[in-house]
Write a protein that binds this ligand. Structure first.
Ligand SMILES: [Zn+2]
Ligand SMILES: [Zn+2]
Length: 341
């Protein structure tokens, strides 16, 4: 009987989880970069850019607002169709990946909490003092952002990892959905690195206060909300929003991320950051634009020439990276044997 009671209790929980996942497919998901706050900022900042282009007499401001914000040639391109397919396919496997990475994260957090607090507190007031909440929010943002920088840079610099991030860069047009054009292997590695970097912050606060939380507003983390409001959704777009030479050393602007996607040689391996530009600044990978630049997006060779598209379908988007990573592994094996001889 008890088992039956437990089962009936568990069913609504499962149904809730399923409903939450279905909800997360829509751009209203609280944790998503496609949250409505980002889409509103996309529209408002995009409109401001269109008005500016019109006033300056630029060719791109000559057409209507809808054509400027969402050009059909980009949004209905083959490249953008692959974005859509990868987005929905990733959604199908996301719950399984989430269980693995959140399990690792939980284990690490508990281990750190036990070290700091001598054991997880049985009782807590249920809320953090606001100063601790503010500190936790800042530290979690810095830790998560640094995890992104490390994962991202590793994928660019390691030939075996690069094919799994190359899918993101093979987009020939940037739309807000391109942010989600990531290979599951990249997502999984990012999940593990995030767990590793966030666990100390979460564990110390949990160990000391028996509760962990970060500041939220409108049902969204304040850092993500600020990121969205500052035009986070425009990072993957053709719309140039530049924060200027000073702020661009602290925060990565949409223009700086577009530069990260550029084929031009001078832009290669620059601007790895997500929110903060400080990591790029510290480690010498920052590129601050000195004015409007015309960019071509895609994967380019060392001479800056765009390479032929290899991710033409969902199947090739998922499988080609494994084949290319295998080739890179074999090439490394051959070169290390030659070195040894
Ligand atoms: Zn990249
Ligand atoms: Zn990108």
């Amino acid at each position: 009987m008890q088992e039956l009671a437990r089962l009936t209790e568990a069913i609504p929980e499962e149904a809730q989880r399923l409903a939450h996942w279905a909800w997360s497919l829509l751009p209203f998901d609280a944790g998503s970069r496609l949250h409505w706050s980002g889409l509103i900022a996309f529209f408002l900042l995009g409109t401001a850019a269109w008005l500016f282009a019109r006033r300056q007499g630029h060719a791109e401001g000559k057409g209507g607002l809808a054509d400027f914000l969402i050009p059909r040639s980009m949004y209905f391109s083959r490249s953008s169709l692959v974005d859509v397919k990868v987005y929905f396919a990733n959604k199908l496997i996301e719950p399984a990946m989430g269980i693995v990475t959140s399990g690792v994260q939980l284990g690490l957090v508990i281990a750190v909490a036990k070290l700091v607090g001598g054991g997880v507190h049985g009782e807590s007031s249920g809320a953090l003092p606001w100063t601790v909440l503010a500190l936790a929010t800042l530290l979690a943002a810095l830790a998560g952002d640094f995890a992104y920088y490390v994962t991202h840079r590793l994928h660019h610099e390691h030939p075996v990892l690069w094919p799994f991030h190359k899918l993101h860069h093979s987009a020939e047009y940037l739309t807000p959905l391109t942010a989600k054009r990531n290979h599951p292997v990249y997502e999984l590695i990012f999940g593990f690195v995030s767990a590793l970097f966030l666990a100390p912050v979460m564990g110390v606060i949990f160990g000391l206060f028996g509760v962990y939380d970060t500041a939220t507003l409108l049902g969204l983390g304040v850092v993500i909300l600020a990121f969205n409001a500052a035009g986070g959704a425009l990072r993957h777009s053709h719309i140039w929003i530049d924060y200027g030479p000073v702020v661009s050393r602290i925060l990565i602007s949409p223009a700086q991320h577009q530069i990260h996607h550029s084929c031009a040689v001078k832009h290669h391996d620059k601007n790895y950051g997500l929110i903060f530009a400080i990591w790029d600044w510290m480690f010498g990978t920052l590129y601050v634009p000195q004015g409007r630049e015309t960019l071509e997006f895609g994967v380019a060779d060392a001479a800056g020439v765009r390479q032929a598209q290899v991710h033409t379908s969902l199947t090739s988007a998922y499988l080609v990276p494994f084949a290319e990573a295998g080739e890179a592994l074999r090439a490394r094996g051959t070169s290390s044997r030659v070195m040894a001889e």
